[in-house]
Design a protein around this ligand. Sequence first.
Ligand code: ZN
Length: 86
Amino acid sequence: MGLCYFCEKNDRECYTGYYCNECKKLQRILKLYGDDVYKTNDTVFIRNSKQQQYKIDTMNIKAHIKVDELDEKQDKDGYNLRNKRP
Ligand SMILES: [Zn+2]
């Protein structure tokens, strides 16, 4: 039947239509909520470089906290093969 003109991944809804079921649903949501959909898309799904760096920093801090907790546990329990750091 042909691929959807928007996502170019799924089959079109019908022979005379241009979009698949999922993209048609997005079109209906866009008609229903208007410009709020673009704002939501920009604030929820798209991250600028500053936001990406913030996420990377947060993940690094969490990784360090986890390592510190393992170190404290090993210091407290003493070293043996069961609490060996992965
Ligand atoms: Zn589609």
